[in-house]
Design a protein around this ligand. Structure first.
Ligand SMILES: *[C@@H]1O[C@H](CO)[C@@H](O)[C@H](O)[C@H]1NC(C)=O
Ligand SMILES: *[C@@H]1O[C@H](CO)[C@@H](O)[C@H](O)[C@H]1NC(C)=O
Ligand SMILES: *[C@@H]1O[C@H](CO)[C@@H](O)[C@H](O)[C@H]1NC(C)=O
Ligand SMILES: *[C@@H]1O[C@H](CO)[C@@H](O)[C@H](O)[C@H]1NC(C)=O
Ligand SMILES: *[C@@H]1O[C@H](CO)[C@@H](O)[C@H](O)[C@H]1NC(C)=O
Ligand SMILES: *[C@@H]1O[C@H](CO)[C@@H](O)[C@H](O)[C@H]1NC(C)=O
Ligand SMILES: *[C@@H]1O[C@H](CO)[C@@H](O)[C@H](O)[C@H]1NC(C)=O
Length: 607
């Protein structure tokens, strides 16, 4: 027999019904005087709309408080209530978007809830508006029952009250909570500006921009949010000259002199019918007028050397205060060739002389078809970036000659007050000789990089000696995955490490290290007290490695949070699982075992 409901739960149900039903202004103020136990219990049971109403009409909250409702610094009962509301919102958010909760760390869950809800409505409306048969107002598009149900509309008995099922209603009601939105092309329209008049957008991501109409709509949206918008990202767009002239001249409207955009990104897009010389001046004025521009990303856009050159020259000529420049995934062979000519001929044009990118701290040139020659040129350009901290030139055909030509730069950069701290050189066709020379140099520097990756270069076991030297520096993160260390490489490493290391993370995956991988790790763990993360996946380790690793873990009183052992083909038993279960960090397992189901999948450890 079912348990009889308690008096409290009956009372709470009755209050909930009343709150949900009342659509007008009428709301019993007495509800706020309820004893805490009842009130708190009520909060955890309300659907979003009712919770919103209850919170919005809370009598002892003035409108200023409402903006910072979750600043849980208030004192007394009000503070306690605010925090209760916040956790109720978090629960509601988690129920509706369980996969998103881990990705965000917001304090204002109510805002997050309505922002995500509005995004949901806009996405639904866009699907509908994209249909060729659609011919009407975006604002009139109906929101699905499923979405309405989430926020608690189904519980209203009176369906005739208000047109709450239209997109425009949701924009009006919840637009003021939206700060970051993602809009498909059909929503880049003048009508959307009207729908979102309440919003003060800080970040806007738009995708599938194809036509002049989309650009015009986007420009209007940007203008409408010009006081708050700091981040603009375009994804999967086909951009023509009219776009570049449109958006660039718009963003740096001469009459305003400057724009507020701090983060500008064009990702996975293509440019068409672009005449470089006319484009040049638009982009130049955009890049040089943006005193607030901090991060510029043109990723995966098939851009050529002329574009790369233009961007770099414009930034340098304007002594831009940019801190992040990401040009990865383009095709820029030769992009700096005339920069070198100018720098080395002695007859410098006005460009580059006395100019520098003082604030630039991150440069990403991954996957740009760069060759040895390009790296020689890059070296000259790097001297104009006196505060560069992070350089990624992975996935290029640099080869040993290229990396050798950068060694003098690395030496010099380590002497600066902001030394180069992060160096990513993955899959660059290096050989053991080149990398040995690099590591031998880096390990003698006064301030070597704290983060180094030479992963996915076919180096072989002989590189192990140089790696030992590198490990002996203050390096914290080392990625040597997929470099062909093999059994003998790990043997050398194991014998070579003798002093205490500063290492925090190491990636030794895909090295065919076999049992020697485990022996190396059991030697490493006690010597690296700060070690938190190890990736030893895909190493052809035999099952007995597990016993070695477990006893090493037991002995080492380290901070290890995670050791990835996936991709090793183990037919392990329940006894192994319980042996491993003992090692946990914050309730999560430290040792990540290969899943038994995939143990028949063909082995893929090719570097
Ligand atoms: C329900 O709708 C009708 C017709 O619009 C209206 O007269 C009535 O007052 C509404 N009832 C409530 C509880 O809102
Ligand atoms: C934003 O646009 C309005 C209207 O065009 C203008 O008056 C205002 O100065 C602009 N603000 C900024 C920061 O550019
Ligand atoms: C530049 O801004 C002014 C004032 O805000 C506005 O009147 C003008 O239309 C804008 N020009 C462009 C190209 O957006
Ligand atoms: C570029 O877009 C892809 C998806 O198309 C995404 O995975 C990636 O994170 C984006 N990169 C940047 C820098 O925004
Ligand atoms: C590019 O634009 C410039 C100036 O706008 C013009 O002189 C030149 O002929 C154009 N080139 C091409 C190939 O369209
Ligand atoms: C460099 O900037 C100056 C103004 O600071 C400008 O007059 C000149 O045209 C620019 N040169 C190039 C090549 O962009
Ligand atoms: C470790 O290195 C391998 C090989 O380069 C790479 O595939 C993997 O993503 C890396 N893992 C981490 C966590 O860095």
């Amino acid at each position: 027999m079912a348990k009889a409901p308690s008096l409290v739960s009956l009372a709470v149900e009755a209050l909930k019904t009343q709150l949900v039903r009342v659509t007008g202004d009428f709301l019993i103020p007495d509800i706020y005087e309820l004893p805490s136990e009842l009130f708190d219990n009520l909060l955890t049971r309300l659907p979003p709309l009712a919770l919103h109403k209850l919170q919005y009409e809370m009598p002892f909250m003035d409108s200023n408080d409402y903006d910072s409702t979750y600043d849980c610094l208030y004192s007394g009962r009000k503070r306690a209530r605010n925090c209760k509301f916040n956790s109720a919102w978090k629960t509601l958010f988690k129920m509706r978007w369980p996969h998103l909760v881990d990705q965000i760390e917001p304090v204002e869950w109510q805002l997050m809830y309505w922002e995500a809800h509005l995004q949901n409505c806009l996405d639904e409306a866009a699907e509908f508006a994209l249909l060729p048969s659609f011919d009407g107002f975006i604002g009139d598009i109906k929101i699905s029952d499923a979405v309405l149900k989430f926020i608690g509309y189904e519980e209203f008995s009176n369906h005739s009250a208000g047109d709450y099922s239209s997109l425009s209603y949701h924009c009006q009601q919840f637009g003021c909570y939206a700060r970051c939105l993602r809009l498909q092309n059909v929503l880049c329209a003048a009508e959307t500006c009207q729908l979102l008049t309440n919003s003060k957008l800080q970040s806007l991501v738009v995708w599938w921009i194809r036509s002049k109409e989309h650009i015009d709509g986007l420009c209007k949206l940007v203008l409408q949010n010009n006081e708050t918008l700091t981040s603009l990202e375009l994804l999967h767009c086909k951009l023509s000259r009219s776009f570049v002239t449109g958006i660039c001249s718009f963003l740096c409207n001469k009459s305003m002199q400057t724009h507020m955009i701090q983060h500008f990104s064009i990702n996975t897009s293509s440019f068409h019918e672009i005449n470089s010389s006319s484009l040049y001046w638009d982009l130049v004025s955009f890049l040089s007028s943006g005193r607030s521009l901090r991060s510029l990303k043109f990723r995966d856009n098939h851009l050529d050397k002329n574009f790369g050159r233009m961007v770099f020259n414009a930034l340098l000529n304007a002594s831009s205060t940019l801190s992040i420049l990401d040009l990865s995934g383009n095709d820029m062979t030769g992009w700096l060739s005339n920069f070198k000519q100018r720098s080395s001929s002695g007859h410098l044009t006005s460009l580059g002389v006395g100019k520098s990118l003082q604030s630039l701290c991150l440069l990403n040139l991954r996957g740009n078809n760069l060759y040895n020659d390009d790296i020689q040129d890059l070296r000259h350009a790097l001297y104009h970036m006196p505060n560069l901290e992070s350089l990624d030139i992975s996935d290029n055909f640099i080869e040993d000659a290229g990396i050798r030509s950068l060694i003098p730069y690395f030496i010099e950069a380590s002497e600066r007050c902001n030394p180069l701290a992060k160096l990513i050189l993955e899959n660059c066709e290096f050989s053991c000789n080149g990398v040995t020379q690099l590591l031998d140099t880096l390990s003698t520097l006064r301030r070597p990089p704290k983060f180094l990756s030479v992963a996915d270069n076919n180096l072989g076991s002989q590189v192990a000696t140089a790696i030992i030297k590198m490990l002996g520096t203050s390096i914290q993160v080392l990625n040597i995955g997929g470099i062909g260390l093999g059994l003998s490489g790990f043997q050398v490493l194991q014998e070579g490490i003798t002093v205490e290391l500063k290492l925090v993370e190491i990636n030794i995956s895909k090295n065919r290290g076999g049992i020697e991988t485990a022996k190396f790790l059991s030697k490493l763990m006690p010597l690296a007290p700060e070690l938190t993360e190890v990736n030893a996946a895909y190493n052809l380790m035999p099952l007995e490695s597990l016993t070695i690793l477990c006893s090493a873990l037991k002995a080492a009183k380290g901070h290890l949070k995670r050791m990835d052992l996936t991709g090793n083909i183990w037919d392990y038993q329940p006894s192994h699982v319980s042996m491993v279960a003992e090692f946990q960090h914050n309730g999560r397992p430290i040792l990540i075992l290969p899943s038994l189901q995939t143990s028949n999948v063909p082995y893929d450890d090719d570097p």
